[in-house]
Design a protein around this ligand. Sequence first.
Ligand code: KIV
Ligand code: ZN
Length: 518
Amino acid sequence: MSSVPGADQIIIFDTTMRDGEQSPGASMNLSEKLRIAHILEEMRVDVIEAGFPIASDGDFEAVNEVAKLVKNSKVCGLARSSKIDIERCAEAVKPAVQPRIHTFISTSPLHMKYKLQMEPEDVHAAVINSVTYARNFTDDVEWSCEDGSRTEHDFMCRTVESAIEAGAATINIPDTVGYAVPDEFGGLIEMLFNRVPNIDKAIISVHCHNDLGLAVANSLAAVKAGARQVECTINGLGERAGNAAMEEIIMALKTRHDSMPYTSNIKTEYITKASRLVSTVTGFTVQPNKAIVGANAFAHESGIHQDGMLKNAQTYEIMTPESVGLTESKLVMGKHSGRHAFRQKLAELGYDLGDNAIQDAFKRFKDLADLKKDVYDEDIIALVDDTVVRSNDTIQLVSLEVLCGTEHRPPRASLSLCIDGEEKSTETSGDGPVDAIFTGIKVLTSQTPHLQLFQVQAVTQGTDAQAEVTVRLEENGKTVNGQGADTDTMVAAARAYINALNKLLIKRKKTIPAALST
Ligand code: KIV
Ligand code: ZN
């Protein structure tokens, strides 16, 4: 259970599954959200914002299931100021040990006039009514003034004071459009502490977007000014340029404790695992030079740096790779490794799979070990993720053969799929081998969604590395990401496309009301 924070304790509020998922293309399905929630809880994130329950049945279900799963973090859902939003949110978070309702309304002149088309007095009344109403369902209500950084100070003070009076225990000040700069944003928080009479009755939170690349700097400036909750996301995922990256906030606080004497509950060794999972699920690869979680964040290329590192790692390393959970790629097992050792390895890597899933993964591990001399932790992770993501698929790949190269024009694919238990086959050609495969899948399934992204990454180094492919499909404005991994890039591509199609089929079944803007 998260403890009541001390004066220098920073509450970490993760919104990867809410604001993060709002970023175009970053959709996550229920089982993916549950896996992310599990890691966030293991990391000791204080508050997990799992979604926006009114937005769709899928969002409601995800918040509800996360609320049932998570025991040690608070589980939060987002709601606009209307009763129906708040009721839906309350229902979704109800099973949580520590449920939170996060309600918001815009307070800037621009948003009130054009987006809400409401007078400030009506917005003020909506603040009081929404917080009061939300308090009927839980003691833990957070209120946000959307577009806070462009809100007039007098009006912000009035609304913040009223929200606290109405029972909000947390007041969140968002820099919704990533417009603020650090001195100014810290000054805004300081202004609230100086002017709002009941400010000591609430925790002040900040939620910064990264449009000018200042989300982390603004959040830390706010912490210095008295904010004690930071809203952030893994890998900085989020609307447009994203939100403040959790890993950067956490490691900045930890590494520069001398300058920022604040602590958090986060177990930093889980950072790399969380980053990889979010990247795999969303298909949003992390840039190599990204702070903390980029592939090069702890790599030393130049001779001078390598020489310094050998003499003393602190010459060029301000934090250790181990502190963020980055360990050397380990050779795990070969083709003679048994089921018991495989099970142990899975447990070590943090997987808790049922017997059937272990059996499937073990079979694939044996196949991989036959093909690939060295099997690393990363291989096992890719293979297990691949097995887990497709365990419930109604469309499955049975076989694939591709003819391509200088002698085979146009490239051809012979493909067999099992669709709802029935095996179907076809042979198709295309502009390239991937095009031929995808055309074949479309022919067999009669599905023609728009392909938005096709991305290939090597799981480890070497020409025998597994390829991890992400495919993003779009249909009527809704996107899904599919993943596939295999030593054969074409097989991985087929698996990824099929996985995305399966997700699309599930998504279609769920009702999605008119688009909502936050
Ligand atoms: O950016 C924003 O203002 C938000 C609020 C809903 C907190 O995401
Ligand atoms: Zn936001």
